[in-house]
Write a protein of this length. Structure first.
Length: 336
């Protein structure tokens, strides 16, 4: 009786539930705790809350609980069912486990804590469960978290891909930039990978998005444009990729200048121009990606000449500070 009362207290059971018996198997290193209820008890319908008599019991089920010292501990019970006139025959809610689960609430809480500190394989080894069981604990925790959030979306999103293995294997990540939390993980880095995240929310929720920080990967841009209202005004490209395009264009200009080292002349027009020796249109395309709101013309051969006699793009910048900063960067790089 002492062990029965001990485990009733440890499990936190209250009426109508009680511990009927406790079996210890030292050879197998297991503690088996059997839980039941007194005859004639009434339970509520899990759908509407109406109190009803027991209709029948399911077969005995087993749940893994927190270990008792070095012994694996398992809970055994036959879940009762009630017959509701409105919802039919339903299994009652059990106070120690989630419906359909194979672990108690306390064990799953421990499992989530361990999974946050290590990977699935190592978590399974620590908890003494299989890889699949550890994965499903994590999966259920994610589902509970998403259910608790409802249809609310972060207003500031970050989108990026992460390499997960050798050979160009990627996952798509969506983060809440304000809360610093991962909101979604999708397979690969295709347009559908990101679109699946947006499709999980109604359009009204997607309208609340204020900004999306992402690189210039076309698949992500297409997904945002297809599913986020006014996406073109909300997408923010990071500086790393913007300057990557700019420096790539500058490198091509250096190659062109080396080929025409004997030619050097500069033609001034009434418009501010960036005299970098590039193939016609290449620098214009790079700058257009960096500053999409500005007008860039790199197709007029007579508009301006680069330092080596190659047509240079004429840049009409709506924001003078952007133009000054861009020209200053080229000066520092020795290209202007």
């Amino acid at each position: 009786m002492e062990s029965v009362e001990l485990y009733r207290q440890l499990l936190g059971l209250s009426e109508p539930w009680t511990v009927e018996r406790v079996d210890l198997d030292v050879a197998k290193g297991r503690v088996e705790v059997f839980v039941g209820h007194a005859p004639g008890q009434r339970f509520t319908c899990p759908e509407c809350g109406q109190e009803l008599a027991v209709y029948d019991h399911l077969g005995e089920r087993t749940w893994r609980h927190l270990d008792s010292m070095q012994f694996l501990t398992y809970l055994h019970a036959r879940p009762p069912r009630v017959s509701c006139a409105q919802h039919g025959v339903k299994q009652v809610r059990l106070p120690w486990a989630q419906a359909g689960g194979r672990f108690t609430h306390l064990f799953e809480a421990l499992g989530v804590t361990v999974l946050r500190a290590t990977n699935v394989k190592r978590a399974g080894e620590i908890l003494r469960i299989t890889w699949d069981e550890a994965w499903h604990i994590m999966e259920r925790a994610v589902l509970r978290g998403r259910t608790a959030k409802g249809h609310s979306m972060p207003t500031l999103l970050g989108v990026d891909e992460k390499a997960i293995a050798k050979g160009h294997s990627y996952m798509t990540l969506v983060c809440d930039l304000q809360a610093a939390t991962v909101e979604y993980i999708g397979e690969e880095r295709r347009e559908a990978s990101l679109a699946a995240y947006f499709q999980a929310f109604p359009e009204q929720s997607r309208q609340q998005i204020e900004a999306i920080s992402l690189d210039m990967w076309p698949a992500y841009i297409n997904a945002c444009q297809a599913h986020v209202p006014q996406a073109d005004h909300k997408m923010v490209f990071d500086r790393f990729h913007i300057m990557g395009h700019v420096l790539q264009a500058v490198d091509k200009g250096q190659e062109a200048r080396a080929q025409d080292a004997d030619e050097s002349r500069r033609h001034h027009t009434g418009q501010e121009q960036i005299p970098v020796a590039l193939q016609s249109g290449e620098c214009a395309a790079a700058i257009q990606r960096a500053f999409p709101d500005d007008q860039i013309d790199g197709t007029q051969d007579c508009a301006g000449m680069g330092t080596q006699g190659i047509p240079a793009p004429v840049v009409e910048l709506s924001n003078p500070r952007v133009g000054q900063a861009f020209l200053a960067a080229l000066v520092l790089l020795g290209h202007a």
